[in-house]
Design a protein around this ligand. Structure first.
Ligand code: HAM
Length: 429
């Protein structure tokens, strides 16, 4: 026997038992986004490496060490997308969709980051990504956050908390960056290797460090809030007022800086205490400078992405779980002629009752085996087609979860009788 091939580390199969929760989540997300006026966009999983370097930033963990990059047969450096924002913005620019227009977009799909896999952190993971392009805010900032708050309510998820911060404009951040470099340089001997590396490239990321030895130094560092430009201060105050007015609870976390370089002004993150170390379930912010940085007309924008695996895990912890839909009718076949005719009959029933789920017995088996399968399909009704029934031009119906017995009806009446029997079963259950 040849050896088995394993899945790539950090890349998961979503098996049918789990995909029910995925579909439940995706269904609600789709419905909600549509209700808020967002349209779906689909962009490639692979883009030019240069796109992510320019958008996400050279000194970020993602670009420095986590990208799945490769040279293709044509000699181009390509990368499996580590996130969706860069690709969505690239698509807007390369399809000429900006030019002062406004777009509310969303997409869903796998992202790839070569991180150290652990619970809630994978190398292939799925995001729902939402982007509002052409909106200067802060009204849209508040509406996006309200959308996410509504999503948790719709899903029944309560163990999430909102953190917000403002990163100010790029200029304000530059001034703050100098202050931080000054501060951390004065304490260089207390920095760890990662932070020393970030000191000149991306000192804001030091604030994000999880190293317990650095926490004291970090908490005494200058605060970005004190360096915000007046306009960003107003923007942030208006966002807070809008959230207060909508009754959305939040904390202002002045250390929330995010791991991607394109952010300006509003940033936010929904975190949970139910998933261990990987506590961010939904994160995003404003990226007013990114579109020009990628060669488009200056356009303000904001967005967020939600990690599907993490939200599914939160759903799994809830007392009631979404169930896979059961079959309505299991079609039991008896005899050779029935095996041939069964397919034709069930197809015509599917034509007549397209909203009902029929499961045709496949692969033969005696009566007992077929009724066992019918049981497993959770169908409420069995349709029995046998040699004898075919000869008489009838089908037999047997409710599977009620005490009432088997009855026969002419083939032509089957759709009406099946529909009535299913409705009766629904009422009595
Ligand atoms: P991000 O914070 O890098 O932002 O990722 C967003 C979400 O994706 C996280 O909150 C988390 O739930 C999930 N996530 C990230 N990495 C992993 C991983 N390795 N395994 C499982 N889940 C993960 C972005 O990607 C931005 N593009 C969001 C955005 C959109 N900002 C503006 N527009």
């Amino acid at each position: 026997m040849s050896s088995q091939i394993q899945a790539v580390r950090g890349m998961n199969d979503v098996l049918p038992a789990e995909s029910v929760s995925w579909q439940h989540l995706e269904g609600i997300v789709r419905e909600l986004l549509q209700a808020y006026g967002y349209e779906e966009i689909r962009v490639p999983v692979v883009e030019h490496t240069e796109l992510f370097k320019r958008a996400i930033g050279e000194y970020t963990d993602v670009v420095e060490k986590e990208m799945y990059s490769f040279i293709d047969q044509g000699g181009d450096s390509l990368t499996l997308r580590p996130e969706a924002t860069a690709g969505v913005v690239r698509a807007m620019i390369s399809n000429g969709l900006l030019r002062g227009a406004r777009h509310k977009l969303w997409c869903i799909g796998p992202m790839f980051r070569h991180e150290k896999p652990q619970k809630g952190r994978y190398r292939q993971f799925y995001q729902v990504d939402v982007e509002a392009v052409g909106f200067a805010g802060p009204d849209v900032d508040a509406e996006l956050i309200a959308l996410t708050a509504r999503l948790w309510r719709r899903l029944g998820i309560t163990r999430v908390k909102l953190q917000i911060n403002s990163l100010g404009t790029a200029e304000a951040r530059r001034a703050y960056r100098e202050k931080l470099i000054e501060y951390f340089s004065a304490h260089q001997q207390r920095l760890d290797e990662d932070s020393r590396r970030r000191l000149h490239g991306n000192p804001l990321r030091i604030l994000d460090s999880k190293n317990p030895d650095l926490q004291q130094l970090i908490s005494a560092a200058p605060l970005l809030t004190d360096y915000l430009d007046p306009e960003s201060q107003l923007h942030f105050a208006a966002l807070r007022a809008a959230l207060d007015a909508m009754g959305i609870e939040y904390t202002v976390n002045p250390r929330l800086v995010r791991g991607l370089d394109y952010y300006s002004r509003t940033v936010f993150e929904w975190i949970t205490d139910a998933l261990g170390a990987q506590d961010a379930v939904c994160s995003g912010g404003r990226y007013d400078g990114l579109i020009t940085q990628l060669g488009g007309d200056a356009t303000p924008a904001i967005g967020f992405a939600m990690g599907i695996e993490r939200v599914v895990e939160l759903l799994r912890q809830l007392p009631s779980q979404p169930q896979a839909p059961a079959a309505d009718v299991y079609v039991v076949l008896n005899g050779e002629r029935a095996a041939v005719e069964g397919g034709r009959i069930v197809e015509s029933l599917r034509d007549a009752l397209p909203h009902r789920r029929f499961e045709l017995n496949l692969g033969g088996g005696n009566f007992k085996a077929q009724f066992r399968r019918a049981d497993r399909s959770r169908a409420r009704l069995a349709l029995i087609i046998g040699e004898d029934e075919l000869a008489r031009g009838v089908g037999a119906l047997k409710p599977l979860r009620l005490e009432s017995g088997q009855s026969e009806c002419p083939m032509a009446e089957l759709p009406v009788r099946i529909e009535a029997a299913l409705r009766a079963a629904d009422i009595q259950e």
